[in-house]
Design a protein around this ligand. Structure first.
Ligand code: G6P
Length: 606
């Protein structure tokens, strides 16, 4: 997720768009850049780091011009540095583009462009758009048509702004959207374009929400919108009534809730371009035949994903896996050799213990890999190869969308290993994986009310027990962790069968017990016996399941129905009600949900 802005009007563009861009910093801030067009051509400046750093190197008196675009980057392809920062220019320097989204087929387009003599300087997927537009403009097409022709070749998502000059119509910005938001603010003799309304409302509250496959031409003559196929679109101007803070959080009360609700898109992005028939498309440098064992190492929520990864890889790819807390692994002087693959899982890519575990594995000549959200982070740079989550920035301290996308990445990884090992591919699993985003959406669209009701019943409880088996035991751990982190209620996650070896002593009529009991689980019958045991001791049962049946109904005080999926993928769905339950309880207690006490988003100390 990146942020883009553009301006066409009578004011100096540079200071205005930098101010507007700062409002989008929450969308990512590993590097930023600006292009301004004047009679001498396009001036461009880029800088690694926060927008403040770009701003402090700019001398506005030297950047005159009333048309400009700018970008704050959240890297997806290519490390965060000045070359990969946007705007990207074509070979002639007469076209500048900023892009938010992912171009899936960029590698093949890049190859063609290079063979045609284009000089592509960055590692990004975005730069190829500038060169495609250049190619079509050189063939005599107007700028707008060149953009449309370029976009008809790309697969993926885009919120795009192109700064250039049309030989018939003069200087202009062409904006286009598919799968990434783009809003056009209509002011007095000025137009401000941005990824979201936060960057616009200081200037105007009159906006047009660009729809997918629409292209807008922004110039001193106004705003003209057509579809990529040429059909004219009537400008639908609407008035924004939200406050700035509401827009940043997209009207959600907290970033955590926004990130929970964002999971259908986050998971879709994690899958984007990676599902191709029965074999996942991943660029991993792993010698699978040499790999005798895989060690997944991580901290916190990422360690819970690792536990699920162990289950998935052993079942799907039949390679032995260990899931280890990074802090334990690194101090144990573990027995590692070159036949091991050590995979570090980390949202931030900066967690000190996970990084140290990775370095130790490298020093013992193991192969290494990563599953990381933040591109350009230290872990992402130090592993031999890896899988990026593409979940977008996670701002709430309690991890949500990073967890579900990690499990997706691990499922893809397991399927990749299976294929490399020559075991018969599993098209059913791939098919089910591709349906997961819509199942997440199906649940999240209707769940808030019901989970809010359960939260009201239990928010003053002192203890919670979460139970699950098999691949859903780590989900129980994650549910308990979410509750502890943001509501400060003591909670424990346990394998359901282990409950009778200790925790059952705690159960009385004050104790809520959450069962993760989807019926796809091979141990479903065993779980119902565990429920009987709790019920017999007066415990109050909240059941997460995927099919209502009379025995489960009579055992449960509250029943939460989730969409059905296969057992291997059920953690991705089953964790959703647990995230929401923790959120709703913390909200009822009026706590600081996005920044809970004593916790940090990224723990870079040991
Ligand atoms: C902190 C965060 C957790 C996170 C853990 C690991 O404790 O509060 O939400 O799961 O670090 O972080 P990582 O960035 O390595 O996934």
């Amino acid at each position: 997720m990146c942020g883009i802005v553009g301006y066409v009007g009578e004011k100096q563009a540079a200071p205005l768009i930098i101010e507007a861009l700062k409002k989008l910093e929450y969308r990512g801030y590993d590097s930023s850049g600006i292009s301004v067009l004047n009679s001498e051509g396009i001036f461009t400046a880029k800088k690694k780091g926060r927008i403040q750093e770009l701003e402090s190197m700019l001398d506005y008196s030297k950047i005159e011009g009333t048309l400009g675009i700018a970008h704050t980057r959240w890297a997806t392809h290519g490390i965060p540095d000045e070359i990969n920062a946007h705007p990207h220019l074509d070979c002639s320097g007469k076209i500048a583009i900023v892009h938010n989204g992912i171009i899936e087929n960029y590698a093949s387009l890049k190859e063609v462009l290079i063979s045609e003599g284009h000089r592509i300087v960055s590692q990004t997927d975005s730069e190829i758009i500038a060169h495609l537009i250049e190619k079509f403009q050189k063939q005599g097409n107007p700028l707008e048509h060149s953009v449309k022709k370029a976009l008809s070749l790309v697969e993926g998502t885009f919120g795009l702004a192109v700064l250039g000059t049309d030989k018939f119509g003069g200087p202009r910005i062409i904006a286009a959207k598919k799968g990434a938001s783009l809003i056009i603010g209509i002011g007095n003799n000025e137009i401000i374009l941005a990824s979201d309304a936060t960057a616009i409302i200081n200037h105007t509250r009159k906006v047009i929400y660009l729809n997918d496959d629409e292209v807008a031409v922004l110039s001193k003559d106004g705003c003209f919108i057509t579809k990529i196929n040429g059909e004219r679109v009537k400008n639908q101007i609407q008035e924004i009534k939200w406050s700035l803070e509401e827009i940043e959080k997209k009207n959600f009360k907290h970033f955590m809730l926004k990130e929970i609700m964002e999971q259908p898109e986050a998971v879709q992005n994690a899958l984007r371009g990676r599902i191709n028939g029965a074999v996942p498309k991943l660029s991993l440098k792993i010698d699978v035949n040499k790999t005798k064992r895989i060690i997944l190492t991580a901290c916190g929520t990422s360690w819970h994903s690792a536990l699920i990864g162990k289950y998935l890889i052993e079942k799907i790819a039949q390679i032995p896996v260990e899931a280890d807390y990074a802090s334990e692994f690194r101090y144990r002087d573990p027995l590692i050799s070159e036949t091991d693959l050590v995979m570090a899982i980390s949202q931030s890519g900066e967690t000190a213990d996970t990084l140290a575990a990775l370095r130790q594995a490298k020093s013992k000549n193991a192969q290494t890999a990563g599953i990381v959200n933040v591109v350009g982070s230290t872990i992402a740079r130090e592993v031999d190869s890896g899988i990026f989550l593409h979940a977008g920035p996670e701002i709430g301290v309690a991890s949500t969308k990073a967890f579900t996308t990690q499990v997706v990445a691990l499922a893809l990884f397991a399927l990749f290993l299976r294929h490399e090992k020559g075991i018969k591919d599993s098209p059913e699993l791939m098919r089910e994986l591709s349906m997961i985003p819509s199942k997440i959406k199906e649940f999240l669209t209707s769940a808030e009310g019901q989970i809010g009701g359960i939260a009201k019943e239990f928010y003053s409880s002192k203890n919670f027990l979460y139970l699950g088996r098999g691949v859903n035991f780590p989900v129980a751990l994650e549910g308990a962790l979410k509750l502890k982190e943001i509501s400060y209620i003591h909670a424990e996650g346990y394998p359901a069968a282990e409950m009778k070896h200790g925790p059952i002593a705690l159960v009385d009529d004050e104790m809520p017990v959450v069962f993760v009991a989807t019926q796809s689980a091979s141990t479903f019958d065993k779980i119902t016996s565990n429920m009987q045991e709790i019920k017999a001791r007066g415990g109050r049962i909240i059941t997460i399941t995927d099919e209502e049946n009379s025995s489960i109904k009579s055992l449960s005080n509250f029943l939460v129905l989730v969409p059905k999926t296969i057992e291997e993928l059920s953690p991705i769905i089953n964790v959703l009600p647990l995230q929401l339950l923790a959120y709703k309880i913390a909200d009822l207690k009026g706590l600081s949900i996005d920044k809970p006490r004593n916790l940090a988003k990224s723990v870079t100390v040991e």
